[in-house]
Design a protein. Structure first.
Length: 157
């Protein structure tokens, strides 16, 4: 009887271990989804093409699976007091827009100017987006500006 109890306890432990590993895997998958999958975006925001704003995309790498964008945006000499900007992809044919999770980066070359936090970086998994040509915009909501800034970049997914 003692042998049977040990075998049952071993099977129960293995089952619990499998359930815990499964739970951890689900948490990891959901975290990656939240961080890297572009979210559909539907807002009617004024598109601005103005000399007041400085916009530069320094790095743009895309494939069918992954997209990586780095650059910066700021409004003239205005110091950035509240950071809230995102990269937006807009499908040329369908008009669908996707908001990318965007991380603010400090720019060493702008140190002491008030716009040192104008850097932006984003990585996204594009596997689940529909194929097509996308225009890249910046949703500039720093200091409550709330405008779309045009970039000259297009991305083929």
């Amino acid at each position: 009887m003692d042998f049977f109890d040990k075998e049952m306890n071993k099977k129960i432990c293995i089952n619990y271990l499998i359930m815990i590993l499964f739970f951890i895997l689900i948490v990891i998958i959901l975290s990656v989804y939240e961080m890297l999958i572009p979210k559909k975006f539907n807002r009617n925001i004024k598109i601005v093409d103005s000399d007041e704003y400085v916009v530069n995309i320094e790095s743009l790498n895309s494939s069918r699976i992954k997209l990586s964008i780095s650059g910066y945006a700021f409004k003239g000499p205005d110091a950035i007091e509240r950071y809230n900007s995102y990269y937006i992809l807009k499908n040329e044919q369908t008009g669908k827009m996707y908001k990318l999770k965007t991380k603010m980066e400090q720019r060493g070359n702008f140190k002491g100017t008030g716009v040192e936090f104008s850097g932006m970086h984003s990585q996204a998994i594009t596997l689940f987006m529909e194929k097509g040509k996308y225009n890249l915009y910046i949703w500039y909501d720093n200091n409550d500006e709330n405008v779309f800034l045009k970039t000259d970049k297009e991305i083929e997914i």
